[in-house]
Structure formats: structure tokens, C-alpha cells
Design a protein around this ligand. Structure first.
Ligand code: G3P
Ligand code: CA
Length: 379
């Protein structure tokens, strides 16, 4: 047992060195020459209700490199894993009569939302709810079975599984709507940094990426908290137009803390050379929506030439982790012929450093087709 614990500790301290058992001696086209990371988006969310311990466990069993947690705070300031600060889409809260009166309207990044909010419930109350599948075309038979995990429970799971599986399992927490939480007096960033520090994961070498669609909280982690933990700036958009241009439209046009502070820069502005230079001052990577890398026309969904975002990010030492890869045909462009492996192959060819995927097995299968720098030269 002692040896296993030593292995775990050593790997956690030197994550990048231990991460890739399958690393090739010939470098890949990624920034660090290693195979791209497979990040289980909300756990194994293509199979089980998202952000449950069961979905995280399945993603670990499937072989994901990292598991992703979207984080919001309860009324008593406990970090729980939910994609939204409101609860009706992913829990049975609407079916619980004792909570009927808690439904309310709050402004979420400038948009009025009428729902039940995690910030109006204690953790004990949230633990009486059960998770459900938010997508109608995904398995519904697990609805009502699993509870809502705290971030601490996920940290405990990952620690135990790192020992059990004898491999690095990374975490990829996202601060959800930091300004919204700040306006409620709830310390989202503070709680995250406390949890990472207590778990021994607040360091450069820890298998952790902290991500956010807002900017201020990431800069604060680097500058005020003096943390060296790896940071990723997420990049959003409303849609693409007929020419494949990304549409910058609220609430997906700007980091909401920019809206509040009067900073006019959009996410698209953050992908210019000046924007990437700015991100490089505090972050280790960018997390763009896929069309920032591989555009397509909204009219016939046909592919356009790939952008040079990856090479411009790499030239600044920034990683690129794109979201979200999904197997269902309705998410696949015609060029991929209903085969999700073709989408991964395209992005892996372009040198992407990581994928947020609902379907870890497909992302791993596609790794068999990753080109290396040697094969690129021999073409
Ligand atoms: O965090 C990467 C990706 O998950 C961003 O989109 O909305 O699924 O959190 P979302
Ligand atoms: Ca996320």
C-alpha cells in the first residue's frame, strides 16, 4: 500500500512527467509534443446524468485524462457540481413540493432567469434532490438515482481513483458565473482556491486546469492569490453566420465581468494577436468553441479552411483545448459523415492540445490516428 501511495504522490507532484504512458518518442503537433488530453466534459455525460459521481467514475473507467467540473455555490457557500447556477434542467427540483416556493427570477449575466437557484438552497437541501439527464435523446433510465456531488467529494473520488488505477487523473474545474456569485456575496473563487490548496493541488505541476468564461477571476487567481495553478481562458460565441464568421451577440459576446467594467472587448477580440498576448499575461491556454478553430457555414454546414488560431496560440506558448465534442449526428457536420472519429481526426491533425468530450471512448479511439511531427514532415 505504501508503494501505491508513493506512486500517487509522485505522480501528483509531477503530473506532466507521469501523464502519458502512451507518449510517442516522436512529438505530436501539440504545443508540448504529447498526445492531446481527453477531458471528460461534465463526466461521462453522454452516458449518465452529468456532474454526478457516477458519471465521473465512468469517465475515469473509460480512461479520460481529466474530468471536468462546472462549479456553483450553495446558500451556505459549498461548491457543488452543476452546469448552471439554476437547477431545473439537471435535477428533479421542480418535482419536490417542499421547494415550490423557492422558484424565483434572478438576473444571470444580464438575462432574467425564472428557476430554482443553488444559491437559495443549503447543501443539505440540495442533497435531497436527484440528478436527471438534461438531453431528451440521451439515456433517461438513470434519472432520479444519483445525488448532486460537492467539489470535495469529487476531489476525494479522484484521489482514491488515482491510487486504484495507478495513473494520473486530472481535474478541470470551471468557475461558473463568478460575477453573478460575487453580486450575491458568495465567494466562488475563494472556495475553489481553498479546496485546491487543502487537496495539495494548488501548484504548477498539479494535474489541474482552472477554466472560466470570465477574465477577472482568472487574473485574480494568478495575481492576488499568487497561484501558479494552470489556467485556461474560455472563449464563447453566439453562433456562426453564413460566411462562417463567429457572431458576437450578448450574452455570449463578452466575458460578463468585461460587460460590467465597461471593457468593450469581445471573445473574438481576445483571439487577435493582441488578445492572445493579453491572455498570455495570466493564462496557460485558451478553451475556444470549436468553430474558432474549424469554421463552417451556417447555411449548409460546410467546412471552411481551418483558422490559424492554434498556431498563433502555440507561438505564444498557449495550449488550445476546444469544446464540445459529441457523438450524436445532430452535432456532427456533414463533412464528418456521421462518424465522430473523423471530427477528432480533423482537430488532432490541426494540433489541438485537448478536447472536451461527452464521449471519452471516441476521443480515445481517435488518438490512434494522431499525426506526429515526423509524419507531417514526411508528407
Ligand atoms: O468548459 C468547457 C465547456 O464546458 C464550456 O462550455 O457551457 O459546457 O461549460 P459549457
Ligand atoms: Ca464547462
Amino acid at each position: 500500500m505504501r508503494n501505491i501511495l508513493l506512486l500517487s504522490t509522485a505522480c501528483l507532484l509531477a503530473a506532466t512527467a507521469c501523464q502519458d504512458d502512451d507518449s510517442n518518442t516522436v512529438p505530436y503537433n501539440t504545443l508540448d509534443g504529447r498526445p492531446p488530453l481527453v477531458v471528460a466534459h461534465r463526466g461521462a455525460s453522454g452516458f449518465l446524468p452529468e456532474h454526478t459521481l457516477e458519471a465521473y467514475q465512468l469517465a475515469i473507467d473509460q480512461g479520460a485524462d481529466f474530468i471536468e467540473q462546472d462549479l456553483v455555490l450553495t446558500k451556505d457557500s459549498v461548491l457543488v457540481c452543476r452546469h448552471e447556477p439554476f437547477l431545473s434542467g439537471t435535477t428533479n427540483v421542480a418535482d419536490l413540493p417542499q421547494f415550490t416556493s423557492r422558484k424565483t427570477t434572478k438576473s444571470l449575466d444580464g438575462v432574467p432567469v425564472n428557476d430554482w437557484f443553488a444559491s437559495d438552497f443549503t447543501l443539505a437541501e440540495i442533497k435531497t434532490m436527484r440528478a436527471k439527464q438534461p438531453m431528451a435523446d440521451r439515456p433517461q433510465q438513470y434519472n432520479g438515482l444519483y445525488n448532486i456531488p460537492t467539489f470535495q467529494e469529487v476531489l476525494n473520488l479522484v484521489k482514491a481513483q488515482t491510487i486504484a488505477k495507478r495513473r494520473i487523473i486530472g481535474i478541470y474545474p470551471e468557475t461558473k458565473h463568478p460575477t453573478f456569485h460575487q453580486n450575491l456575496g458568495l465567494p466562488l473563487t475563494d472556495k475553489l482556491m481553498q479546496a485546491l490548496t487543502a487537496a495539495g493541488l494548488n501548484s504548477r505541476t498539479a494535474p489541474v486546469f482552472v477554466q472560466s468564461f470570465e477574465v477577472g477571476n482568472l487574473r485574480a487567481i494568478r495575481n492576488q492569490y499568487r497561484s501558479t495553478v494552470k489556467l485556461v481562458q474560455l472563449l464563447d460565441a453566439a453562433d456562426v453566420d453564413a460566411n462562417g464568421t463567429l457572431i458576437m451577440q450578448a450574452p455570449n459576446a463578452q466575458p460578463y465581468d468585461f460587460v460590467v467594467s465597461g471593457d468593450s472587448r469581445t471573445y473574438l477580440d481576445l483571439t487577435t494577436n493582441a488578445g492572445l498576448d493579453f491572455i498570455k499575461t495570466y493564462a496557460d491556454g485558451i478553451g475556444p468553441w470549436k468553430p474558432y478553430v474549424q469554421p463552417y457555414r451556417s447555411t449548409d454546414m460546410s467546412l471552411l479552411p481551418a483558422t490559424n488560431l492554434i498556431s498563433r496560440a502555440h507561438s505564444r506558448g498557449l495550449l488550445v483545448h476546444a469544446y464540445t465534442f459529441r457523438n450524436e449526428p445532430r452535432y456532427l457536420l456533414p463533412a464528418y459523415g456521421n462518424d465522430p472519429i473523423n471530427e477528432y481526426k480533423n482537430f488532432y491533425n490541426l494540433g489541438l492540445d485537448g478536447v472536451f468530450t461527452d464521449f471519452t471512448p471516441a476521443a480515445l479511439d481517435a488518438k490512434n490516428f494522431i499525426p506526429t511531427k515526423a509524419s507531417a514532415k514526411s508528407k
